[in-house]
Design a protein around this ligand. Structure first.
Ligand SMILES: [Zn+2]
Length: 234
């Protein structure tokens, strides 16, 4: 079975994660599945059966009570079934496409629209198992945060790396120092934007960590001050 990932959109093999509709992390029940593409025909108890390679499943969110459609690819052990039986293994169905597209519905309005959209696009890319595309959008989002809320020295530091820009913001108390430390530990914040090659190898776990960091940056820089302001007013 693939490892459970609470940051990835749900599928039948891992029916938990952010809901494509309400954006909250939730648990899901499978309402039903239908095959949509076929491989070889084989015979089962004398009856010809077509091998389903992809199927569509309806997953019901325990939070909002609405279902999402997930196109799922059949896997055997550690490889897609369309590559053959190979060494064998457990059959699982892994999501490759979601409807509605995974949303960033839980992002507060206090976050600038462009940054919300960039983060949302990264979320959809990661859910479609496109980690490099996700990383490109996440790096643009982090860059946008530093450009929007960072000082002139932070903008200068951004030319060295994203982590340097965030460090300057932490030194100037615009950012929590723990977030700047975390950014420094992540390889994907290391290279200067101009030197980052989107064709470099990026795995899903690395992209997911950058996603989590970006979510926390958005929370600390925009949502938290706005929530405090609203609390004081009420
Ligand atoms: Zn939901």
């Amino acid at each position: 079975m693939p490892a459970s990932n609470p940051d990835a959109a749900p599928d039948s093999s891992d029916p938990s994660g952010p809901c494509p509709r309400c954006g909250r992390v939730s648990n899901f029940g499978v309402l039903g599945s239908l095959p949509i593409s076929f491989g070889d025909t084989y015979t089962l108890d004398g009856t010809p059966e077509r091998d389903a390679l992809d199927r569509v499943s309806a997953l019901l969110c325990a939070g909002c009570g609405q279902a999402s459609a997930v196109v799922e690819e059949k896997w055997i052990g550690d490889h897609p079934a369309r590559e053959g039986i190979g060494g064998g293994g457990t059959i699982t169905y892994r999501g490759v496409h979601w409807w509605p597209p995974p949303s960033s519905a839980d992002l507060d309005e206090s976050i600038p629209g462009g940054l919300r959209e960039g983060y949302g696009e990264a979320l959809r890319a990661l859910s479609a198992r496109a980690p490099r595309a996700a990383v490109v959008m996440l790096r643009r989002t982090v860059e946008g945060i530093v450009k929007d809320r960072g000082s002139e020295p932070a903008h200068e530091a951004l030319k060295r790396s994203l982590a340097s820009g965030l460090r300057v913001m932490a030194d100037e108390h615009t950012l929590d120092a723990n977030l700047a430390d975390w950014a420094k530990e992540i390889r994907l914040t290391g290279n200067a934007a101009a030197h980052f090659d989107p064709m470099d190898d990026v795995d899903e776990a690395e992209a997911t960590e950058l996603l989590r960091l970006t979510r926390q940056l958005l929370h600390y820089v925009y949502e938290l001050p706005e929530k405090l302001r609203r609390s004081r007013q009420s």
